[in-house]
Design a protein around this ligand. Structure first.
Ligand code: ISL
Length: 559
């Protein structure tokens, strides 16, 4: 590993440290706040709700905006027609610049979601590419001749690759007499990253956003950019869907991808303190660690896929700690716009989807996200414990969900993209019009206004924890060591750094539990904060009595 690839020390003068130690809040712009009553969230709506992030409310360090570019919306913004502009559905160029300035005025950074693996099939590059095998855009996409023709004269695709969103991966274009490849929708043709002109065009676009003050980027499916140059077949394996019946040896994670990350980082490093996070597509924790660099962090899915049990989270944490080692910095996310809402998913994973359990688990999950080692990512609405919403079939807006069936299991992503719940009332404070996607049925009770006034709400637990984390060098950048808690269903770990030594104890069960802190070593501990406003404290005998799903952060007592 080069020096460059090592993480910078905590407190380093380079502002990367701010990033590494920070908390990023993901906004799905269509669903956050609608300023003009058309039912769809927009940039001005975000600007008007910045008080959510006030220092005495939810002190976060950055917002990540899911794609804001013009798009026909077939994959709701992940099919882009112009990566350099703002979608008129979400606002104007000036609205974007105003939002960036407002964020910077509050010390909040702005991360854009870069979709560089594919474009929309309505992008001017693709329209030119499709029209002719000649000209500057001819080789911008993954075009290939057919392997041959069948007995009926139909062209045979170049290899066995399929689409992650269901159906074939290759689409025949008679005008060109060739196929193009798409990992996702037919309307999301794959870019040809082996063409230097594609890379140059992408870097120009990146420089353009940096010049507008953008502080960092989330890279959509970044390990899919480079394919096997010969486009060889993927090996066939056992699996529950056409995609899972292939080992993705030739369409993902190509060996020369690491050099591409370095070239991307070099563009960002032309300006100080710019950060990037790669979305690992279909890969495990070791791959995430392998792609992590000093200023480039990576999502891995080991925690997002764990059920709500102590052994599952222990295994996830151990796998991460050993894959990353002390020098590389992991990320922590328990939900995003593609996965079920975290408390809904975690409660269901152990058959506990009753109401009181939902909020208890939502608060304990907050402690996990904010007290493990790594850059923390919060998905909008998790701070009020938003639920996954049942969407009737005729309202589903997630295209692959419409193809779901026995040979194509798919989570309907509309469930986790419902509008933010700000206040009681018909539009939940999200819109004065008709919301583009239905609101959760509990929006009148579960919203920012109601939870602000309730000291025991999920929102107020997040506020306390975020405020504590912001003042805690150990939680932000300290080392992490997992301990055997000695009690079933309870996880324990320490965070140490900046002269601070903390112990985190989390119960994953719906019953009281007792932990013997003396057996954990390290002297006497004092409870500082946790899921419950009324703190549980350590008894004189050194026992900590935990309530159901309680998590407590303790500090080493002096002396
Ligand atoms: O978990 C996954 C694979 O292991 C998937 O959720 C995967 O990360 C995802 O489907 C890729 O998602 C990204 O690219 C898609 C877009 O639809 C998603 O919203 C985006 O997050 C295509 O751009």
């Amino acid at each position: 590993m080069t020096d460059e690839a090592r993480i910078l020390p905590a407190g380093s003068a380079d502002s990367t440290a701010d990033w590494r130690d920070g908390v990023v809040y993901q906004i799905y712009p269509r669903s956050f706040a609608d300023s003009d009553g058309d039912g769809t969230g927009d940039l001005t709506g975000i600007l008007e709700h910045m008080d959510l992030f006030a220092a005495d409310s939810l002190p976060i360090d950055a917002i990540w905006l899911s794609p804001i570019y013009p798009s026909p919306g077939r994959d709701l913004g992940y099919d882009v027609t112009d990566h350099t502009a703002v979608d008129p559905l979400l606002g104007t160029e000036e609205d974007f610049d105003r939002l960036v300035a407002a964020c910077h005025g509050r010390g909040i950074k702005v991360i854009l979601d870069l979709v560089m693996n594919h474009t929309s099939d309505e992008h001017a590059w693709f329209l030119a590419s499709k029209a002719s095998r000649e000209g500057p855009y001819a080789d911008f996409y993954l075009w290939r001749d057919p392997r041959g023709f069948d007995a009926d004269g139909n062209p045979i695709p170049p290899n066995n690759w399929v689409s992650f969103f269901g159906g074939p991966g290759w689409e025949w274009i008679p005008e060109r007499g060739q196929f193009y490849y798409h990992t996702f929708l037919v309307g999301q043709p794959e870019m040809n990253w082996r063409n230097p002109a594609v890379e140059a065009a992408q870097w120009d676009m990146v420089r353009g956003w940096l010049a507008r003050g953008v502080d960092g980027f989330r890279l959509d499916v970044f390990n899919a950019f480079l394919k096997d140059p010969d486009l060889r077949d993927n090996p066939v394996i056992e699996g529950d869907s056409p995609w899972n019946r292939q080992e993705h040896r030739n369409d993902l994670d190509h060996a020369d991808f690491s050099d591409l990350i370095e070239r991307f980082r070099a563009i960002l490093d032309e300006q100080p303190g710019r950060m990037s996070v790669g979305e690992l597509f279909s890969g495990g924790t070791p791959a995430a660690a392998r792609y992590t660099r000093g200023r480039h962090i990576v999502f891995d899915w080991s925690l997002m896929e764990a059920p709500w049990t102590a052994p599952a989270f222990a295994a996830g944490i151990d796998m991460r700690e050993s894959a990353y080692g002390p020098d590389l910095w992991p990320t922590i996310a328990l939900s995003n716009h593609d996965r079920e809402r975290q408390a809904t998913r975690l409660a269901a994973s152990v058959g506990r989807d009753r109401d009181p359990d939902h909020d208890a688990i939502a608060k304990a999950a907050a402690v996990l996200i904010l007290a493990m080692r790594g850059a923390a990512f919060l998905y909008y609405g998790e701070e009020i414990g938003m639920v996954g919403v049942d969407i009737p079939r005729d309202e589903i807006v997630d295209p692959p969900a419409l193809r779901a069936g026995p040979d194509f299991p798919w989570y309907d992503r509309s469930r986790c993209r419902t509008p933010m719940q700000w206040a009681p009332g018909s539009g939940a404070g999200f819109t004065t019009g008709k919301p583009w996607l239905r609101l959760a049925p509990d929006a009148d009770q579960r919203n920012v206004a109601v939870q602000s006034a309730d000291p025991d709400s999920v929102l107020n637990a997040y506020r306390r924890l975020l405020t504590f984390r912001r003042a805690s060098p150990a939680l932000q950048s300290g080392a992490m060591e997992r301990l055997d808690s000695g009690t079933a269903d309870v996880l324990a770990w320490t965070r140490t750094g900046g002269g601070e030594s903390l112990l985190v104890v989390v119960s994953f069960v719906d019953e009281p539990r007792r932990v013997d802190l003396r057996a954990l070593g390290g002297g006497r501990w004092v409870a500082r904060i946790g899921t419950h406003r009324e703190r549980t404290d350590v008894g004189r005998d050194g026992f900590l009595d935990l309530r159901p799903d309680e998590a407590v952060i303790l500090e080493a007592a002096p002396g």
